[in-house]
Design a protein around this ligand. Structure first.
Ligand code: DGJ
Length: 426
């Protein structure tokens, strides 16, 4: 195995060299293995094709297990439907793995929370249908789940409704909190060591990032107190949208809540959407992500910088077709990292890596960010010993999308600003 750090904000590749395609995700730990379950996106349209399941021994090296729930022949997750924010919990009394997700029509006008079950975390889940409360389907969209230390399961909803689930997790038993976060989306919750519950939400900006915020309470039923942002204001939650909080056990035995957020890249979500995972700090009753770590070690929770051989290359243009090419020789296996600027005017670049026999790797690279940053834009899968050329080209395309009310969001330009490349050792 190669590197031993989590690289934030760049696509990851599995052991077959394919993008780790699991977004709006959660992690389930089972028998010492981490399972990542998320939305299996396409690179052009926003329709459901399945929820994926990947496994890893270390949160860094991922193996594609299967589509845990592929597109169904018909029904809420049939053709031309939306499937989002999949979450899985193992139900203690039944031992079953229970999956929850948001299902909808392509215009987000038929929202449902659906439930599915499997005997194993990485098996194929059987869709049971809409999750019900008092015999009625729960017609809401963004959702999350939370499992308390006593095994009680909760369903978290946009705007801040929280339902306690039945013992078998197959329906909602009680509405324990109501509209605690008007305007909030993508809920995620954790319980801190002193028994304080913290729930986080994003604001509603479609695929864009914003300053997410949180509330705390002595119990899931409240009373909930608004605490404000948990990442420094203006960073747009370090360029991400909250999705899940995973209790990560470090090598020294301590457990820390790990924030998991999405850096969406609509419409090219397979090539360019990425994860931002950071340990949450809990101090004096407040949770925080005080610093961004571009790369870090999940065994210690500490930054683990990347390093390598620097290639002198630069490109700064918004003219489609403008490009730069660099040649390099590898004496050992390395990954190629693109360094550059991302900001409100950033567009998609096209990266092509070729050897003497032709192209060995190609991908789009997203240079858009609502808050300006400079650093890693992309890291390729490992490249074997050999002679290569890497070409970066301005595509003229950018991440642009629209709110339900028609407001245009995303990039205001198509700029590609590359300041260097590094051949990573780790
Ligand atoms: C915001 C939600 O949090 C996402 O899951 C997704 O539904 C987008 N809206 C779609 O615009």
């Amino acid at each position: 195995m190669t590197h031993s750090n989590i690289f934030n904000g760049v696509p990851w590749f599995d052991d077959e060299g394919r993008p780790v395609n699991a977004h709006g995700a959660c992690i389930v730990e089972d028998a010492g293995v981490y399972y990542l379950l998320g939305e299996y996106k396409t690179d052009d349209r926003n329709h459901f094709i399945g929820f994926s399941c990947y496994s890893s021994p270390d949160l860094i090296h991922w193996h594609f297990e299967r589509l845990a729930l592929p597109m169904q022949a018909d029904g809420p997750l049939g053709p031309d439907r939306i499937g989002e924010r999949v979450k899985v919990m193992r139900c203690p009394p039944t031992g079953k793995f229970v999956m929850f997700a948001h299902a909808d029509d392509l215009g987000y006008r038929d929202p449902l929370i659906v439930v599915a079950v499997s005997d194993t975390v990485n098996g194929e889940y059987r869709l049971l249908g809409p999750l019900e409360y008092q015999g009625q389907a729960i017609r809401r969209w963004d959702m999350g789940t939370f499992q308390d230390t006593d095994g009680t399961g909760y369903l978290l909803l946009h705007e801040g409704d929280i339902f306690r689930l039945s013992d078998d997790y197959l329906h909602a038993d009680e509405l324990v909190a109501h509209e605690i976060a008007p305007g909030g989306e993508s809920p995620a919750m954790t319980r801190t060591d002193d028994g304080t519950y913290a729930i986080m939400f994003s604001n509603k900006t479609s695929w864009d990032r914003n300053d997410n915020y949180y509330l705390t309470a002595p119990s899931p039923s409240g009373p909930w107190t608004l605490r404000g942002t948990f990442a420094p204001k203006g960073t747009c939650t370090w360029n991400s949208q909250c999705s899940f909080i995973f209790p990560l056990t470090l090598a020294d035995g301590r457990t820390v809540p790990m924030y998991m957020g999405d850096r969406w890249s609509f419409p090219h979500q397979v090539s360019c959407a990425s994860q931002v995972w950071l340990p949450l700090v809990y101090e004096n009753g407040r949770i925080a992500l005080p610093e961004y770590m571009e790369t870090w070690d999940p065994r210690t929770g500490n930054p683990l910088p990347w390093d390598g051989r620097v290639l002198d290359v630069a490109l700064d243009s918004n003219v489609p077709g403008d490009k730069t090419t660099v040649r390099f020789q590898l004496d050992d296996e390395r990954r190629l990292a693109l360094i550059g600027n991302a900001d409100r005017t950033g567009g998609y670049a096209q990266l092509d890596i070729a050897d003497d026999d032709g192209t060995v790797f190609s991908s789009l690279v997203d240079c858009y960010a609502p808050t300006r940053s400079h650093g890693l834009l992309f890291v390729s899968p490992p490249l074997r010993q050999g002679a290569y050329t890497a070409t970066v080209r301005v595509t003229g395309d950018a991440s642009v999308f629209y709110k339900k009310d028609g407001t245009r969001l995303g990039s205001q330009g198509t700029r590609v600003s590359i300041t260097g490349m590094t051949l990573l050792q780790n």
